[in-house]
Design a protein around this ligand. Sequence first.
Ligand code: DGJ
Length: 710
Amino acid sequence: MPVIPLDDHHWAITTPASTYVIGVEVDPLTGEAAPRQTYWGPRLTPEAARQVTCLPKRHVSSFSAPTEIEELLPVDGGGRWGSPSLQVTFGHARSLEPQFVEAGVHDEGGGAERLDVVLADAYHPFEIVLSVRVRDDTDVIERWTTVRCGSSGAEVAITRLDSGNWFIPDAAAYRHSGVFGAWAEELQLQRGPLPVGELVFTSRQGVTSHTANPWVMIDAGAATEEHGEVWGVALAWSGSWRLTTTHRPEGGVCVSGGFGHDGVRWTLAPGEELVAPPVLGLYSGGGFGAASRSWHEYARGHVLPTPLEEQPVLYNSWEATAFAVTEAHQLELAKTAADLGVELFVVDDGWFGGRDDDTTSLGDWHPHRERFPEGLRGMFDGIRDLGMRAGLWVEPEGLSKESELYRAHPEWALHMEHRRRDEKRQQLVLNFARDDVRAWALGWLDRLVTELGLDYLKWDMNRPFTQAGWPERETDQDRVWIEHTRGVYGVMGLLRERHPGLRIESCSGGGGRIDFGIMRYTDEVWPSDNTDAHDRQTVQHGFSQLYPASAMSAWVTDSPNLTTGRAMPLRYRFHVAMAGVLGIGGNLPEWTSGELEAAAELIAQYKRVRPTVQHGLQYRLAGTPGQERSAVQYVLGEQVVVFVYNPLGNAKRGPRRLRLTGLDPEALYELEADGSRWYGATLMASGIRPAAWEPIGADHRSEMVVLRKV
Ligand code: DGJ
């Protein structure tokens, strides 16, 4: 089984390709128990794991505690001066002295086991449970922390609760990787040396954020796409968060992660508990590519609600119509979309209240009075009559000051007494921590889905929190930072339960809410409002580091692009979007008949390779996407699909041959384009010569290469 007891206080957590050894040692002087990680790396036999239950002691002087980074949860207390993963205030004292209570392994079924290590403060009735879940089909280990205020004690204030701290084994040098960005420029991959000190990536926005995504990967400086050891940590949470990477001057690195941000305070009454969301750890010995493939498999196996389904080709009306949604125009778009082979038609913002622009109506979720006097049923019947499924944009957490809802319930907005209510994108945020708000949201969403027979909701969230208070909660208003996110999960979960056929897309002004937390409730996510295929390539490259192509919504839009003004060939736009879940977002009546014909052909081609793109193993083959010749490959069963890109046509430098990977060296593969047959060994060692990579030609040339194992 995956959790192997090594002795009565050490355990080897064993995944298919890795071992993670943890133990609880009691300090003979203080009696304190500090559960520590003693190993995380390639898989070991239990006998070998027994030999790594003890780490070499790091140099300790009275001025430093270098071993605290090995702890599963370095608390604020005793001789620790690093970034605390748990900070609690008892009355006026702010220091924990955890002692060991017990540990137990639980069979969770389906090949999963959970180890719980229970600690308690030496004096106060306060319990800490460190949980580790391991499964037999993934190298991703899930950890989280539960804290409980004993019913016999007084209330305690929690000012930091991480889900867990991960220690990265010693190396001479370290690099860190992550994705960062901004609106319309999300998920830009950065990789660089890890300086000594504390490196904090965080969102204080109440949503995951465009600025940084909650994951970090560490390597010893030499990992490449296909080689080398990589340790990854990701947080499954969609509100504010913090990941702190500490590189100690004496050597050694740890990454701690949890929800909330600095200063957020949670009061636990006697008898109450607080459970942190999962923080995930992955060791991979096969470079960044293998690490990404393991994350993708984990997402498909244990996160996404419908991983076995093929995500449909959708049309979204936003870039074509903005707020000017009318039945006639949507049906005109729908007719052309259906002719192209689109399977799901999504009506975006502008269908409700008096929503003619973004100044008004969020909260008034009834059909727009002037534009849909008869309701929306006719439009959706029309869409279904064209043979497509029907989807609708909503922003349940949004609240316009200019709305019936705000006039009736100003107290439902996040707000603080004696403070302004700042609007962003001319709107406030509804407090989903409130029971009445969630009940209201579930009520109208449920009715909408039922009455219109909706198959799909695009759940948007267009602004971060400000003045995030909840005056009714008096001394415990900060709860809203956590309860809001749980509330959103709760409403999405109940909606899905009531409508098992319903599919949901997560969007937050583009890519502001992409993480393994929201992916438990949503089938796909929208990575960016920037649909320029050139820019999109870097966004998709960043997305693919952790998240699978089956969850990555990607539209083909107009040229020149609405956001960037860049003109680009239709094929390139398609080939970039076909590397994820293909969608169309252009103003179709403006497309020429030649473009429509080509689009129909490309959609048909996508459907032929869709299972491989969405469910296959993904290999990032070469080059920095968007900046030089690059390619991405997918393999499923007998089919191999490669998208090849060349953004700078006239660049003479750069490879002409493209080496494939992940093939069976002894098998023959047939190129769909000309029927020629090649050994896997040849394709991997020598490669193919893509036409799009020939050095002289137009910018933005691309092609899709399909091979079949014969
Ligand atoms: C932001 C989203 O990212 C867009 O796709 C669109 O849905 C708009 N909101 C609508 O207001």
